[in-house]
Ligand binder design. Sequence first.
Ligand SMILES: NC(=O)C1=CN([C@@H]2O[C@H](COP(=O)(O)OP(=O)(O)OC[C@H]3O[C@@H](n4cnc5c(N)ncnc54)[C@H](O)[C@@H]3O)[C@@H](O)[C@H]2O)C=CC1
Ligand SMILES: O=C(CO)COP(=O)(O)O
Length: 338
Amino acid sequence: MTEKIAVLGAGSWGSILANLLDENGNEVRLWSYSPAQVAELNEHHTNESYVHDFHYSESLRAYSDLATAIDGAAAILFVVPTKAIRSVAQQVTAVLRQTKQQPIIIHASKGLELGTHKRLSQVLAEEIPADLRRAIVVLSGPSHAEEVAKRDITLITAASADETAAKAVQGWFMNDYFRIYTNDDVIGVELGAALKNIIALGAGALHGLGYGDDAKAALMTRGLAEISRLGVALGAKPLTFIGLSGVGDLIVTATSVHSRNWRAGNELGAGQDLKTVIDTMGMVIEGIPSTKAAYELAQQQKIEMPITEAIYDVLYNGADIKEVIPQLMRREGKPELQ
Ligand SMILES: NC(=O)C1=CN([C@@H]2O[C@H](COP(=O)(O)OP(=O)(O)OC[C@H]3O[C@@H](n4cnc5c(N)ncnc54)[C@H](O)[C@@H]3O)[C@@H](O)[C@H]2O)C=CC1
Ligand SMILES: O=C(CO)COP(=O)(O)O
C-alpha cells in the first residue's frame, strides 16, 4: 500500500529516501529549511551540494513551509541531524495541534542528544505528545545515500515497539534494491547507529595514520565489544549488535569512503586539524558529538569504553592522535570475553 509521507530534512539521506519513497509510488513531500535548496529541487530536480550528479524524480516536490509538507501525511520521516531533531519536532507538534493528524513518526537519524544523552526516539516521544501520533519507528542500518541513489542493494532495519507500524514502514520502503527487516529492539538499534560512528572515526584515523587491515579488524571488533557493553547496560538486546543496525552498520561506516565519519577520522589521522575537517566536510559528522555523549554515558554507567575514551581525548582534550594508539596497546592484558 502506498501513502502520503512527509520527509523532513533534504540532506543526502533525507532527499534520497524521499526519492525512493516516491519511486515506490508514495505521495512524498520533502521539507527543507533552506529555500534555495527547495528551489533547486523543484526547478532542476537536483541537490548538488549533497548528492552529486543525481536527477531526482520529477514527481517529488520540495517545500519550505512545514505545515504544507506535513498536511494530511500518514507518516512523517525525520532525517535532520541529531542536533536539530528536538527543534524540528517542536515545530511539527505546533502544526499537529492544529490539524489533529495522528501520523506514524519515523526517524532515520543517527546520534544521541548532547546534554541529555537521550536516544532520538525518546526526544521525539517527549516533544510529540502521544495523542498527536501513532507509533514511533526507527530506520537504521548499513546504508549510504550515494549507493541507494545508484539503486545498489541495501538492507536496513525498521525498529518499533509497535509491530504493525514497523510492518507498514517496511511496506512503504521495500523494493527490488531496498530491503527492510523489522525489529522490536528500539534501544539496541538506536544505540548501534549512534555508537558505530565513533568507531568509524577511529577506523578512518587508523587509515590516515598508516595502520593496516589487522589494526582495522581489531578496532572494529573491540569497538563492537564496547558498543554492546554500553548498549546492554542501557537495556538493548545483545543479539541486535550482530544484526544490520549493529555489526552491519559498523562494517559499512568503518570501511566506506562514502562515510563522513570515516573520512573525518582519516583526515585527522593524516594530520589535519579538527576545525578544518568540520568546516570542509559540508555535511554532518555525527560521530563527533556522539563521542561526547557516549563518553559521558559510559562514565555515568561505569562502563569501560577504552576506544571511545581515546577518541574523546583526541576530539575534546587535544590529545595527540599518534600517541593514543600506543597508549591503548599498553593497557593491561585482559580476557577477551568479560
Ligand atoms: N548520508 C547517509 O548516507 C546517511 C545518513 N544518516 C543519518 O541521517 C541524518 C542526516 O544525515 P544527512 O542527510 O547525511 O546529512 P546532511 O549533512 O547531508 O544534510 C543535513 C540536512 O539537514 C538540514 N538541517 C541542518 N540543520 C537543520 C535544522 N536546524 N533544521 C532543519 N534542517 C536542518 C540541512 O540543511 C541539510 O539539508 C544523520 O543523523 C545521519 O547520521 C543515516 C544513514 C545514511
Ligand atoms: O550511517 C551511515 C551509513 O550507514 C552514514 O555514515 P556517515 O554519516 O559516516 O556517512
